[in-house]
Design a protein around this ligand. Structure first.
Ligand SMILES: [Zn+2]
Length: 406
């Protein structure tokens, strides 16, 4: 629920936003990251006094670092998947098929292969039966049911630590140990491999939950650097969670001849109209008790808007004069082809305030989760932590990486 404020209060608040936004433009004149920075900055002001006192001296870091996760997309192959989920690959609202536990989802939509002594492989199949909390495992003519809890113990304790290795390969002895019987002939099939077929479609909601846990731990340790880094990162991914095209396979209109719609919606429109028109007042951060379902409810809400984002632009593009849709502009000494202001305005009007609504929600949700993580950590007293600035993260690009471009 968005609370409204009186006009005089609102005007002074808008002036504060303009002042902060001008600073952003002055120091870093790039455009694509504008919304992420503004959201992290505004989220600081939703916090209660006890936390605001800690965050405020570091507002510059929180603001600038809001874009670090995007910069990291070119540094490690594991980063890009954290920014989106092609949820239409797996499920439809209300997302009852796709497990909300990351490890269960990974197992459900990946494949397992037993490797024999010659290095040949055969596929193992897994099926969860929710009613009895069982998992049915089958390969060749063998088929048996086990307790899901035991099987997931194997995944969590023994397999997941290899998630960042090149290959998730493990001795079948380990599986037999967890299943409490000699289910696999370990002499014939000494190894088991999990082939990840899940994460290429993105892990955004799962990663927000992980990011939240990291923030709780940082608060528990009263580790100033870690609190600020995890809070800044979390704000970024929450921003992505509110961007409808981060939740569909047709993420940049590439399947519907609408290439460029992704930056049109999330960068061009806020850059043109956020300061002039948006009312970012969201009230105070509130405590979230069920973080996982809170995240998935937001995902459902965001995803429900994706088809409007695409449909409305498609309809507009057929009505609006075609020679007035694309303009040229100079950015950082380069001429770029970009949607004309008038066309952007027409799209913004047709969207009926959707971009503003999504940005405003992001600010509130970011504040909610920064605050809730602190409460979950036992509301540690952060007053004694020094106020010295912390170092900017050093991000080194890997030139061999190819990542999803918008
Ligand atoms: Zn992102």
């Amino acid at each position: 629920m968005i609370t409204r404020m009186s006009t005089s209060k609102k005007n002074s608040f808008i002036l504060v936003i303009i002042a902060f936004a001008c600073i952003s433009f002055t120091f870093k004149p790039d455009w694509g990251f504008y919304s992420h920075r503004l959201i992290n900055k505004m989220a600081v002001f939703t916090l209660p006094q006890s936390l605001l006192r800690f965050y405020k001296p570091h507002i510059g870091f929180i603001t600038e670092s809001a874009v670090n996760p995007d910069m990291r997309r070119y540094a490690t192959k594991y980063e890009a998947m954290r920014h989106y989920i092609d949820i239409d690959q797996w499920d439809t609202i209300p997302f009852s098929k796709l497990p909300r536990d990351f490890e269960e989802a990974l197992v459900k939509y990946s494949s397992f292969h037993l490797i024999n002594t010659n290095g040949d492989s055969i596929k193992m199949n897994f099926a969860f039966t929710n009613v009895d909390s069982l998992v049915e495992i089958s390969f060749l003519k063998t088929k048996e049911s086990f307790r899901k809890k035991d099987f997931m113990g194997f995944i969590t304790q023994d397999l997941m630590p290899q998630f960042y290795d090149d290959e998730m390969k493990i001795s079948t002895l380990k599986l037999n140990y967890w299943l409490k019987k000699s289910f696999i002939d370990t002499e014939k099939y000494p190894q088991l491999v999990l082939v990840d077929e899940f994460t290429e479609h993105g892990i955004l909601p799962y990663y927000i939950e992980q990011g939240y846990s990291k923030l709780v731990k940082a608060y528990l340790k009263k580790d100033k650097d870690q609190i600020l880094r995890h809070a800044a990162d979390l704000g970024h991914y929450i921003g992505d969670l509110h961007t409808p095209l981060h939740t569909v396979k047709n993420y940049n209109g590439q399947l519907t001849d609408q290439l460029g719609i992704h930056p049109f919606w999330e960068s061009r429109i806020p850059e043109l109209f956020a300061l002039e028109e948006y009312d970012f007042y969201v009230g105070k951060a509130e405590i979230v008790l069920d973080v996982r379902n809170y995240i998935w409810d937001i995902l459902a809400d965001t995803h429900s808007k994706a088809y409007d984002v695409l449909r409305i632009e498609k309809e507009l593009s057929t009505k609006f004069p075609s020679d007035k849709q694309w303009c040229f502009d100079v950015r950082l000494d380069q001429t770029v082809r970009i949607q004309c202001r008038e066309y952007a305005k027409a799209y913004e009007n047709a969207l009926k305030g959707m971009v503003e609504e999504q940005m405003t929600k992001t600010i509130k949700v970011t504040g909610d989760l920064w605050y809730s993580a602190w409460v979950e950590a036992g509301s540690p007293d952060l007053r004694k932590l020094d106020k010295n600035p912390i170092a900017e993260e050093k991000i080194v690009n890997d030139p061999t990486l190819s990542v999803r471009e918008y």
